[in-house]
Design a protein around this ligand. Sequence first.
Ligand SMILES: *Cc1c(COP(=O)(O)O)cnc(C)c1O
Length: 387
Amino acid sequence: MNIIETDKQYIAGTYARFPLQLVSGKGSFVYDETGKEYIDLGTGIAVNAFGVGDEAWKSAVIAQLDKIQHTSNLYYSEPCALLAKELCMRTGLKKVFFSNSGAEANECAIKAARKHGELKKGKDHFVIITLKNSFHGRTITTLSATGQDVFHEHFTPMTDGFVHAVANDIDDMRALVKAHKCCGIMIELVQGEGGVTALDTAYVKQVESLAKENDLLLIVDEVQTGNGRTGSLYAFQDYGITPDVVTTAKGLGGGLPIGATMLGERAETLFTAGLNGSTFGGNPVACAGALNILGRIDDKLLEEVKEKSAYIFATLGSAKGVKSVTGKGLMIGVETEKDASEVIKNCMARGVLVIKAKNKVRLLPALNIPFETLKKAIEILKEEIEK
Ligand SMILES: *Cc1c(COP(=O)(O)O)cnc(C)c1O
């Protein structure tokens, strides 16, 4: 039995996989079992921030593996403490809770908001406002937070305490703040799974004011936008806001599972011993890798991310058959006249991997993809869109 058949027989049917098995890679190139080469513009959904087999990241991971692979949170461990320090120094947030995924990072943020509500206004203030078309994860509670009904089907009842506002409509959010006993607001600054659309800066600033005026915790879900993806270390820094809680995951680990919930001044004391925990959270190998990744997301790299972004927007924005190019940095959605799935399939046949978000072709290349490699892939994508 080949791997695709084995997978279909034994893996739970939750994934509609592409008919492609990836076995190895180097940088922005990945290879299937026949040795066919692909330029990877998907990076495992914004996870392999520096591509595949990055030497510096690998060395950091292997060095830690040679020391100790897991400690549990019963003991202190250096990589976890140093990574938390680095995250705080570079964001202005004060404390970090580590977990293993985006959904878990958001669960922790939701707990923070609920406790904040209880302390400030009483136990009945537990409602969190999120946005329509958002995506916050696959646990029952983060699904409740997710403002897309399609994800709720079959799993009701959802966790209580989430209402969804129309994005970029401050009056709608104001009305929800008035109508419900709220404790927090949670937003993605660029909605990823929802179709790669960036929120308006003015709106985001109004949301920030609304949260402060009403003493609600402002949570920014940077699971996908974080770690250099949008051209700043975290997207909130470019929007010029000060969130109370920032969550991240995907690119932070450079390929290993990690989630982080960063707590600002208004949230840093909410968690005391026993209020949250994770067996794997803060795993030293994942943290050592993340520390290497974070240390290399500097101003020079971020400038390159912006330059590559501008190139993609300019090249595809003017292409025939493109209806719109949206997103920020190297998190880009391309709305095409042709069916996006068709474009994706044809690109794959020609050795370029791109993925999908809603009806769009989605691009999430490695932050350090060489310009020539990017150009080659974008030219092929452009041809397939124009064809
Ligand atoms: C991917 C994603 C999540 C969920 O992350 P997992 O690691 O799959 O749990 C949550 N929020 C956003 C914005 C995401 O893009």
